[in-house]
Write a protein that binds this ligand. Structure first.
Ligand SMILES: [Zn+2]
Ligand SMILES: [Zn+2]
Length: 151
């Protein structure tokens, strides 16, 4: 039996999950999917400027796996900019380390661990909160993943 693919570690959910050229309807554009692990590779190597060894450690994968991952991700960013695609960040064999909560009323963002509950915005008291990890279909799974690895 093949071993189950190891989950890759992504620090926290991306702030935005969809991108497209302005002035063109999404339905007229060819979709392009950037997996969450590909997004994280771009964030670590190209946004933060980390080298591949350090980035690989952050994602809990080998250096060679990271190098392949970031190449694939860069190709997609190239396609997005050159061809004008409808880019969506979704999927990937990952769990988040931390969650992000956004208040819909005041726009405040809160870094959260998965074992804390937040029902009200500490800034304005609104209960209209968006759970970013939840939007990507994550939450309890990430919490369980961390508990298993902490021991
Ligand atoms: Zn608020
Ligand atoms: Zn998860």
């Amino acid at each position: 039996m093949p071993r189950p693919k190891k989950k890759r570690s992504v620090q926290r959910p991306p702030l935005f999950s969809e991108f497209k050229p302005t002035g063109v309807r999404a339905s007229e554009l060819q979709p392009l999917e950037l997996a969450l692990d590909e997004f994280e590779a771009i964030r670590l190597a190209d946004f933060l400027g980390m080298d591949h060894a350090e980035s690989a450690e952050h994602m809990d994968i080998s250096r060679s796996t990271f190098s392949r991952l970031v190449e694939k991700a860069r190709h997609k960013i190239g396609q997005f900019l050159t061809e004008g695609r409808h880019l969506r960040i979704e999927g990937g064999d990952i769990h988040f380390q931390k969650n992000l909560i956004r208040c819909q009323r005041c726009g405040h963002m809160f870094n959260m661990t998965f074992d804390t509950d937040l029902n009200q915005c500490p800034n304005c008291g609104s209960s209209n909160l968006i759970d970013l990890a939840g939007g990507y279909g994550h939450g309890n799974c990430c919490q369980r993943h961390h508990n298993r690895h902490r021991r």
